[in-house]
Design a protein around this ligand. Structure first.
Ligand code: GLP
Length: 241
């Protein structure tokens, strides 16, 4: 695991964006794994600067990590909407090239299997961007998730619903109870992992991920098993190392 510590969130985003941009320079139809939440937004902002400088993203293919269950795709806080708004439009991606798990599907288990099949058919993810939850989750793999898990339905923990209520007008009752998420095993299959974290709220989870024993109580410790994982954090997120 490589660790880079930067003074602020903007520098974290620039570093992560350089890794993604150099992948797209080498391989214009690279398969990227996209994350939602606040943490990767500085990375997408920095990538938009690479686009303005002439890097073309129109052939890039991509997969989102996760999606809420039960929100219509057009809901502004569905991850389909967030990915379309923050990533597809900003970077000029081709919408049909970017998939998000279908949290509105009638048959959620079939939707999960179809998602795994689509990732496999793409040839696999070249670089997966990740955030980390304050409880150590990656994607929506909450504590106790199996390291061998694949894309599946999960129940969100009370902590995660509380943390994400800010996207739902501060009302935790409006945060869905369930989600679809790539499993930890799915995430570990990506050829490279880039995890970004900023702020003191993430410091304990970051310390556990890097220095803690491998274990399902902190799903992000699974990154210790990956041969090409880069953790890019600011000084606040590094404060408990
Ligand atoms: C969210 C997402 C994760 C994200 C994490 C941290 O709920 N499902 O992919 O990494 O929680 O979110 P944030 O970056 O907003 O703190």
């Amino acid at each position: 695991m490589r660790i880079a510590i930067h003074p602020d969130a903007a520098a974290v985003g620039e570093h992560a964006a350089r890794i993604l941009a150099s992948t797209v320079e080498r391989t214009p139809d690279a398969v990227l794994g996209f994350a939602t939440g606040s943490s990767p937004m500085a990375t997408y902002e920095a990538l938009a600067r690479h686009r303005r400088d002439g890097l073309a993203f129109d052939r890039v293919r991509g997969f989102a990590l996760d999606e809420y269950v039960g929100l219509p795709a057009e809901h502004p806080e569905s991850y389909r909407s967030v990915i379309d708004r923050e990533v597809v439009q900003r970077l000029g991606l081709t919408p049909g090239n970017i998939r998000v798990p279908d949290g509105a599907a009638q048959d959620l288990e079939a939707a999960c299997r179809a998602y795994e099949d689509a990732i496999r058919a793409s040839g696999g993810v070249d670089v997966q961007l990740l955030g980390i939850g304050a409880n150590g989750h990656i994607g929506f793999n909450e504590p106790t998730s199996s390291f061998a898990s694949r894309t599946r339905v999960k129940t969100l923990s009370p902590r995660t619903r509380e943390d994400n209520s800010r996207f739902f007008g501060g009302d935790v009752a409006r945060v869905p109870m369930h989600c679809l998420t790539q499993g930890i095993g799915t995430i570990l299959d990506a050829r490279a992992l880039v995890l970004v974290a900023t702020g003191t709220a993430k410091a304990a989870a970051v310390a556990q991920m890097i220095e803690g024993p491998l274990g399902a109580f902190c799903p992000a410790t699974a990154l210790q098993l990956h041969a090409n994982a880069t953790v890019i954090i600011d000084e606040d997120a590094a404060s408990e190392l």
